[in-house]
Design a protein around this ligand. Structure first.
Ligand code: ATP
Ligand code: MG
Length: 723
C-alpha cells in the first residue's frame, strides 16, 4: 500500500500525526476526533512506509475488546495483524513477558493468575489466621491497600511507616499475603504489572533485548494509565524507541483506581522532544450531541481545555425522559427500541449504559419480556460463575498442586466429608510450617493418628483423585482433558443430580467451557513453553485476545457500564439512572474532586452516541432492595436547552417549553445537598451537612461548622458552596 492511500480519509492534523517522522509525540484530543484511528494508521505507516518490522511494534490498549478492534482495523487497512506484533492490554502484555521469562521473574513455570474474587478469599483466610479483627482489617480494604501499593510500585519493605500501628498492620497483611502467593505460585492483576516491571528493571539483558526490539511503542487511552503502567512504558523504551501516546484528559475515569492524568504532562517532560498534536474535528456525533457534551464538560475546572466541532448537522434533539419509576424507565427504552426496529435499523448499533451493574437487572427483565435480544457486557463474568470456577479450580490443581485458592475451593466440592475442622487443621499446619495446603495435607496424612480414619481416607482419596486426573488426561487434547476433568471430578454428576433449577443451567455453562477450550486450542499460541492447559487457564483470567463469543447474539442491544463503553461508538445510546446519588454517585457527592471525575464519566457516556441519545431518570426506583427517590442529575441541567427535548412519564407531553418545570428543577439543583457533603458558608466557614428537610424553596439543611456550631439554614438563601 502506498503512502497516499494510508493518508486518504484523514484530515490535516491527523495526517501530520500519522506521517510524522519517527519521534515521540502525543495526540491530545476530545472524544470521537479519531485518536484511535490515528494510532491504527500510524502503525500501518510505520510498517508500510517506514519499513519498520512487525516485531518492532508494541501497541497498548485498555481493554481486550479494544485490542481486538485494533487488530481488526489493521487487518482491514493493510491485511496483516500478526502475532509478531505485541498488541494487547497492559495485563496481557505483562503476562506475556512473565511467561517468557518466568525463571528470571522468580516464578514457577506453572504460575497462575489470581482474580480479584480469589484474592479476597485468600485475604479473608489469611487475616483470620493472623488473629486480626476481620471487620477492621477486612479483605476488601486489604485488597485495596495491597493493589494500591503495587500500583505505586511498592513492596512491603519499601513502605516505611512503622511508627503507626495501623500502617504497620497493613504492611504485615501485605507481606503475609505476598508470601502466600509466592508459595502457591499465584500472581494477582497488579502483580502482573509490577512483577514484569521489576523483571525489566533488575535484568539488564532482558531489558536491553526488549528496548532494542520495541522501537515503536504506541499507547491508546493514555489518560487512564497509573504510576506503574507509566513506569512500565518508560522502562521499555530504550534509546532508539519512539513512543506515541493518544489520550483525552476529559475522559480520565479511573482516578479511583490510581490513574494519573498528570502522566500526560510527565510524558512531555520525560520523553524529550515530544510534541503535542491536537485534533478538533469530531467525526462521530451529530452536532446536538456534541454541543451538549462540550457544555457539560465545561463545568469542570481542572481541564487542559479543548473544543470539538463537527461538520455534521444538528440531528435529533437529545431526549430526556422523566420516568415514573425504574420499570417505566425500562419500558420507555423498549418502546424506543421497537420504534428503531420499525425504521428497519439494527439493534447491534444500540447501547444502554448505566453507572453500576446493579442497574442492569431490571433492564434485562423488561428486554426479555419484550423479546428484544440483548448482550450483557458486564455483571458476573462468565469465568467468575460458581460452577465455572469449580471446574477451573480442578484444572488449576492439575497444573499446580500448590495453588491454595483452588485447593480450598474444591477440597469439599462435591461433598466428600472434609469439614471445616479438618480444613482448619490443614491450614494450621500450613501456617506453622509455611507449607501450601497441598503439602500440609500430605504432611497430615504422613503423621498417623492426627486425623480420624474416615477423614484421613477422604483426604487421601482427594489427593489421589487430583493426581489421577492429572496423569490420566495429560496426553489428551485440551478440550478432551477439560471434558474428562468435568466428569471424573464428580462435578458433572453433582450438578446433574441437584434438585435446584439453577444447577441445570450450570451444566450448560460447564459444557460451554469445554466448547470454549476446543475453540481456544484451535488458535495458535506461541507465547512460551506453557502447556495448552496452562495457557488456557491464563486466558480465562485475562482474556488473552481470542474473541469470546459466548452469548453473542446477532443483532442485539448492548448493555454495559459507562466505564465499559470507553472507546466505543453506537448509533443510538441510552443512559439510564441520571439521578443525584446514582450518576453522579453517592460517594462522589461526598468527596471533593470526585464530582469532576463523575462528570468526565458522563462526558464519556454522551460522546458514545452518533445519532440518537436518550437520558432517563426516575422519580423513584428500587436499588439494592430499597426504594429510593433522588433528584434529577445535575448533569442534565448542564446541557443547553436547545439541544434537549424533555418528555415526562404518562403524559407523553413535550416539556421543552415548560419554563416552570425548568425553574423548579433549577431550584432543586441549587438547593440539592446530601448528608455528609462538605460545604462552605461565607460567614461560618467550612462545615458538613448532617441533616436535610423539605424540598425546593423550603429545603433546609443542618450543618455542623468547623467551630462545632450546628445550624439549620434555608438552602436557597444560605448560598452554601459545595466543596
Ligand atoms: P474516543 O475518545 O471515544 O476513543 P477517538 O478519538 O479514538 O474517540 P475514533 O474512534 O478513532 O475516535 O474515531 C471516531 C469515529 O470517527 C470513528 O468512526 C472513525 O472511523 C471516524 N473518523 C475519525 N477520523 C475520521 C476522518 N478523518 N474521516 C472520516 N471519519 C473519521
Ligand atoms: Mg479511541
Amino acid at each position: 500500500m502506498d503512502a497516499f492511500k494510508l493518508l486518504s480519509g484523514l484530515n490535516e492534523p491527523q495526517r501530520v500525526a500519522v506521517s510524522a517522522p519517527r519521534s515521540h509525540f502525543l495526540v491530545l484530543a476530545g472524544a470521537g476526533s479519531g485518536k484511535t484511528r490515528v494510532l491504527v494508521h500510524r502503525i500501518a505507516w510505520l510498517l508500510e512506509v517506514e519499513k519498520c518490522s512487525e516485531t518492532s511494534i508494541m501497541a497498548v490498549t485498555f481493554t481486550t475488546k479494544a485490542a481486538k478492534e485494533m487488530k481488526d482495523r489493521l487487518d482491514k487497512l493493510i491485511g496483516i495483524a500478526k502475532e509478531d506484533m505485541w498488541i494487547g492490554t497492559f495485563h496481557s502484555l505483562s503476562y506475556r513477558l512473565l511467561c517468557s521469562h518466568y525463571l528470571q521473574a522468580h516464578l514457577p513455570s506453572n504460575f497462575q493468575i489470581l482474580d480479584s474474587e480469589d484474592q479476597s478469599r485468600l485475604l479473608e483466610r489469611l487475616i483470620k489466621s493472623m488473629n486480626l479483627d476481620s471487620k477492621k482489617w477486612s479483605a476488601s480494604k486489604s485488597a485495596c491497600y495491597i493493589n494500591n501499593k503495587k500500583e505505586k510500585g511498592l513492596r512491603p519493605q519499601d513502605i516505611n511507616n512503622y511508627d503507626s500501628f495501623t500502617e504497620s498492620t497493613w504492611i504485615r497483611i501485605y507481606k503475609t499475603y505476598q508470601d502466600s502467593c509466592e508459595r502457591s505460585g499465584l500472581v494477582d492483576f497488579s502483580e502482573l504489572l509490577l512483577r514484569s516491571y521489576e523483571l525489566l528493571r533488575d535484568q539488564p539483558q532482558i531489558r536491553d533485548y526488549y528496548q532494542t526490539r520495541f522501537t515503536n511503542i504506541l499507547v491508546d487511552e493514555f489518560q487512564d494509565t497509573n504510576h506503574i503502567q507509566y513506569e512500565w512504558i518508560r522502562i521499555l523504551s530504550g534509546v532508539s524507541s519512539k513512543v506515541v501516546i493518544v489520550g483525552d484528559d476529559d475522559q480520565s475515569i479511573y482516578g479511583w483506581r490510581g490513574a494519573q492524568v498528570e502522566n500526560i504532562q510527565r510524558f512531555i517532560q520525560d520523553f524529550s522532544g515530544a510534541v503535542t498534536i491536537r485534533l478538533e474535528q469530531n467525526y462521530r456525533s451529530q452536532n446536538n450531541i456534541l454541543v451538549a457534551a462540550n457544555s457539560l464538560i465545561s463545568y469542570n475546572n481542572v481541564r487542559l481545555g479543548k473544543k470539538l466541532w463537527t461538520e455534521e448537522g444538528n440531528g435529533d434533539q437529545i431526549i430526556i425522559y422523566h420516568a415514573l419509576d425504574d420499570l417505566d424507565e425500562a419500558r420507555f427504552i423498549v418502546s424506543s427500541l421497537k420504534e428503531w426496529v420499525r425504521e428497519e435499523r439494527s439493534l447491534d448499533q444500540c447501547a444502554i449504559l448505566y453507572r453500576t451493574n446493579a442497574q442492569a437487572r431490571i433492564l434485562e427483565e423488561i428486554l426479555l419480556e419484550n423479546n428484544i435480544p440483548y448482550q450483557l457486557y458486564s455483571g458476573t463474568h462468565f469465568f467468575q460463575r460458581k460452577e465455572i470456577k469449580d471446574l477451573l479450580a480442578y484444572l488449576r490443581l492439575i497444573v499446580n498442586r500448590n495453588d491454595d485458592t483452588a485447593f480450598e475451593r474444591v477440597i469439599n466440592t462435591p461433598l466428600r466429608r472434609i469439614g471445616t475442622q479438618t480444613l482448619e487443621r490443614i491450614r494450621q499446619i500450613s501456617r506453622d510450617y509455611k507449607l501450601t495446603l497441598w503439602q500440609s495435607s500430605q504432611e497430615l496424612l504422613k503423621r498417623k493418628g492426627l486425623l480420624g480414619s474416615m477423614v484421613a481416607s477422604s483426604l487421601k482419596s482427594f489427593i489421589v483423585l487430583v493426581d489421577e486426573l492429572d496423569q490420566s488426561t495429560k496426553e489428551f487434547p485440551l478440550d478432551v482433558q477439560t471434558q474428562q476433568v468435568l466428569h471424573n471430578s464428580g462435578l458433572w454428576i453433582m450438578y446433574r443430580d441437584s434438585k435446584k433449577e439453577i444447577d441445570q443451567s450450570r451444566i450448560g455453562n460447564l459444557e460451554e467451557l469445554v466448547t470454549l477450550s476446543r475453540k481456544y486450542a484451535s488458535f495458535q499460541h506461541t507465547y512460551s513453553e506453557m502447556t495448552p492447559l496452562q495457557d488456557f487457564l491464563s486466558y480465562t483470567m485475562i482474556d488473552l485476545g481470542v474473541e469470546n463469543d459466548r452469548n453473542k447474539r446477532k443483532d442485539s442491544v448492548k448493555l454495559m457500564t459507562v466505564h465499559g463503553s470507553k472507546g466505543l461508538e453506537f448509533l443510538q445510546v441510552f443512559i439510564v439512572g441520571m439521578e443525584e446519588g446514582i450518576f453522579p454517585s453517592q460517594i462522589s457527592l461526598k468527596k471533593g474532586g470526585e464530582l469532576e471525575e463523575e462528570r468526565r464519566l458522563a462526558y464519556v457516556g454522551i460522546t458514545r452516541a452518533m445519532q440518537r441519545l436518550t437520558l432517563t431518570y426516575a422519580k423513584k426506583r428500587r436499588l439494592y432492595g430499597q426504594e429510593v427517590s433522588y433528584m434529577p442529575s445535575r448533569f442534565i441541567s448542564e446541557l443547553p436547552d436547545h439541544c434537549v427535548k424533555k418528555i415526562v412519564f404518562n403524559t407523553g407531553m413535550d416539556q421543552h417549553l415548560n419554563k416552570e418545570a425548568m425553574a423548579s428543577s433549577l431550584i432543586d439543583k441549587e438547593t440539592y445537598f446530601s448528608i455528609g457533603q462538605r460545604v462552605n458558608h461565607k460567614k461560618f466557614g467550612l462545615g458538613t451537612v448532617i441533616n436535610i428537610s423539605g424540598i425546593g424553596k423550603d429545603r433546609r439543611v443542618q450543618v455542623v461548622f468547623k467551630n462545632q456550631d450546628v445550624k439549620w439554614l434555608v438552602a436557597v438563601y444560605a448560598r452554601l458552596s459545595v466543596q
